[in-house]
Design a protein around this ligand. Sequence first.
Ligand SMILES: Cc1cc2nc3c(=O)[nH]c(=O)nc-3n(C[C@H](O)[C@H](O)[C@H](O)COP(=O)(O)OP(=O)(O)OC[C@H]3O[C@@H](n4cnc5c(N)ncnc54)[C@H](O)[C@@H]3O)c2cc1C
Length: 389
Amino acid sequence: MAAAESDRTTVLRGHVAEAAAELRARGLGLELDQDPTAIDRWLDLRAVELMRSCTIPLEYVDEPIVAGPYTYDMTSCLEHVVTIEELSYGDTGFMLACPGPLMSGVTVGALGDTSQRKGYYERVAGREPTWTFFGLTEPRKGSAATELEATLVPEGDGYRLSGTKRYVGNAAFAQLGVVFCRRAPGPLGIEAVLLDTDEPGFNAEPIPTVGLRGARISHITLDDVRVEPEQILGFKTLKSTRRGLVGAIRTLQRFRPVLTGTALGLARAVLDHVQEQRPGITGTDRLRLEELRDRVAAVRQRNYQVASAIDAGRVRADHIAGVKTRAAELAEGCTLLAADLLGPGSLVTDPWLNKAYRDARAFEFMEGTGHIQRLAVFQGVYKGTFLKD
Ligand SMILES: Cc1cc2nc3c(=O)[nH]c(=O)nc-3n(C[C@H](O)[C@H](O)[C@H](O)COP(=O)(O)OP(=O)(O)OC[C@H]3O[C@@H](n4cnc5c(N)ncnc54)[C@H](O)[C@@H]3O)c2cc1C
């Protein structure tokens, strides 16, 4: 835990917290909830600056994030978690609507060869804000992602890509992203392809949603999109068995603690909102509030341990799944408690709480549903590893 509480981490948290406070003070989460394209009006904010460079290695960034004596690129899982958790406290939807690498950057980092990484990072770190997407989920192939059906068919010295993707964040607004598709049968026939959204045959439409509207989830149609071998991540440097599926798994495992931080940031914001609305809260109500605060703090500490372990090369699927499940439950639980303590009418009269209540329901599904996470926890319990570090 010492590493998790280092001065470097504390300084980063303070720096990001200032950017998050600006989102709250200006009520930008509610603005984006009304109109998710409103992010285009706020591109000069510090929160956007942080998201634009978050996880891009320093060598590609002209003006890196500097706070106190430290320079950050958030390629460390722990620093990524701290950044996203604080920004989510500011507003989860706003944070997800920002330009930057988000999940696709992790896949490119995990699988891309030198030239693919250079091309991707230079573009995303460039002067123009660039939105990206991570296209894995398909209609009827969400949890069963290894059965995905988008297909790469050989054509001349390249391929044609066809299929559909669903619930993909920012896809309808992005300039480039990663699409997972099938070059051969079976899980090991999956590839990850870097795609420009202006390629002929690529089409993406936003999906209307009730909650977390800033995520701007989209439906993608791929109709005979031309793919060159150089667009297949790791095509020249990795064996086919070390490419697509491995990239998806590594991205999800690296990103789940980040999503855990996202849920915990929202949970903390909800508890603080209750405190602000009822500053004199006492008795049982206060105890209920404090109990949830303690549980959020405990899962947060556990998540830092999980993220620090990933940074140290110890990737434990059962531990990662455990914190993700708990954080998603807690985010929902905090909104339920808030509605109880502020009165059932608060969900109608308090627009901020109404939005938080809707947003919190997304975490159950993002990056693997609660059932899928519980299966991973069960495997850890069954093997006797879950309670061991
Ligand atoms: C806000 C948001 C943003 C998202 N962003 C992205 C993105 O950027 N890119 C992307 O690719 N996807 C994204 N997704 C999609 C997300 O990853 C999927 O929703 C998730 O994987 C579940 O898939 P599904 O919705 O098809 O549900 P299903 O897989 O159809 O699941 C339906 C229900 O069945 C249960 N179930 C399924 N399989 C099993 C099983 N084996 N055992 C027990 N229960 C099971 C599930 O737990 C769930 O309750 C996003 C989703 C949301 C809500």
